[in-house]
Design a protein around this ligand. Structure first.
Ligand SMILES: Nc1nc2c(ncn2[C@@H]2O[C@H](COP(=O)(O)OP(=O)(O)OP(=O)(O)O)[C@@H](O)[C@H]2O)c(=O)[nH]1
Length: 182
């Protein structure tokens, strides 16, 4: 069993107003922080939904602009091509993922963070049902899809700070620097 770590990094960042993935906290970008939070727990890394990254990249499926669920589909397809059994996802706007949450996710075959559903552990077998849902025009809510697919929500009540606005970034700087990768 091998796990692919995938950072969702597409979207429009309309509230942030510029490329969120490359926003900096000290010497490190938000994207690099997100990659570092997954790295100890996975066998390989990929960034989904942008063309440039310090690791491999892959596109959303079936096409861009479907929101994070399209990014999860892209990650699942990339994982299958490379023989991984599951994907651990986070988002580039979530720079300090609690380690306990990641541990709880990987302990389950299929799980997402109750308070931050872009953060999840998704078996590759969910690729086809997810593509079918995206083709159907049904809701693109990760939470709704996951509940219907029997994916469990873990650690309700644990907040996972993410960056939507420049103010959010400023509020996070101190806590992220405290847990900064070396
Ligand atoms: N791969 C991929 N990632 C996405 C997509 N939409 C959002 N994301 C990522 O998912 C996380 C949460 O995104 P949101 O905050 O909901 O959307 P956003 O586009 O970043 O920002 P807003 O336009 O302000 O809503 C961010 O880290 C985005 O980079 C998408 O269509 N594809």
């Amino acid at each position: 069993m091998t796990i692919l770590g995938a950072v969702l990094a597409g979207g429009r960042a309309t509230r942030f107003g510029r490329d969120k993935a490359l926003a900096r906290i000290g010497d490190t970008t938000l994207l690099e922080h997100a990659l570092a939070s997954l790295s100890p727990h996975v066998d390989a890394l990929v960034v989904v939904g942008r063309a440039d990254a310090p690791v491999a990249v892959t596109p959303d499926l079936p096409h861009a602009d479907l929101g994070p669920l399209g990014g999860i589909a892209g990650a699942l397809a990339y994982a299958r091509q490379r023989g991984h059994t599951s994907v651990l996802t986070t988002a580039c706007d979530t720079p300090n993922l609690p380690d306990a949450l990641v541990t709880a996710l990987v302990a389950q075959e299929a799980a997402y963070a109750a308070e931050a559903p872009t953060v999840g552990h998704w078996p590759v077998r969910l690729l086809e049902p997810l593509l079918a849902r995206l083709a159907s025009g049904e809701s693109r809510s990760i939470r709704r899809w996951a509940m219907g697919a029997g994916v469990v929500a873990v650690m309700p009540g644990i907040t996972v700070p993410n960056v939507n606005t420049v103010d959010d970034l400023e509020a996070l700087v101190d806590s992220v620097i405290t847990s900064s990768p070396t």
